[in-house]
Design a binder for this molecule. Structure first.
Ligand SMILES: [Zn+2]
Length: 199
């Protein structure tokens, strides 16, 4: 335990995902000895992200305006929506350059143990986007783990009776894994080889 401000910083850093007590301590001491200008830039970035970044009204991706960059892009196909769990999955798929449609970010996956049900996800917003018939294909790109599969199954049951083409990313992704950690080649192949689901 350290005194006052140092311990406060270690405690706050330790609450971040993936940062254990040892890492928190290491980062805190790194900041203590860092150039004040560097620390100021980090502090400003933290403040700015909370002030300026919001979620896209349409797809739920991170955005600086009402709509995100992808939703505003007229070159993106309005007929295909790729459904992902988190905004960071959008970035992972964008890196593959395989997809020219739009996205829908659910904000998580169905997880009964953690108390997350369909109503806690942006599924109603997805259904509203599909209502006018512009979208003809939905790609379910939830994570290849139990929760992601459960979510994809749930969505397929909703979407298939609407006459939409529904597909799921091909295998090849590490099972039990997280989409964002898949390398570009694997994720790109999974995208190309997506299999169409049927009722
Ligand atoms: Zn958007």
């Amino acid at each position: 335990m350290y005194e006052g401000a140092v311990q406060d910083l270690i405690d706050e850093l330790g609450r971040l995902p993936g940062v254990g007590p040892k890492s928190a301590q290491r980062i805190a001491f790194h900041l203590l000895s860092a150039d004040p200008a560097d620390v100021r830039r980090l502090a400003d970035a933290l403040t700015e992200v909370k002030l300026r970044v919001r979620f896209c009204d349409t797809c739920g991706n991170v955005a600086q305006e009402e709509e995100c960059r992808i939703c505003r892009d007229p070159r993106r196909l309005p007929t295909t929506i790729c459904v992902v769990e988190e905004a960071k999955d959008v970035v992972a798929i964008e890196r593959t350059r395989e997809f020219r449609g739009k996205y829908h970010v659910l904000g998580g996956a169905i997880n009964p143990i953690a108390g997350v049900g369909p109503d806690d996800l942006r599924i109603a917003q997805l259904m509203r986007r599909l209502a006018d018939g512009t979208v003809t294909e939905v790609i379910l790109a939830t994570d290849p783990n139990v929760e992601g599969e459960a979510t994809a199954t749930y969505l397929a049951r909703l979407l298939l009776p609407m006459g939409l083409t529904v597909s799921r990313l091909a295998s090849g992704l590490p099972v039990g894994g997280d989409l964002e950690y898949a390398d570009e080649v694997t994720l790109g192949r999974a995208f190309e080889g997506r299999r169409r689901l049927s009722a």
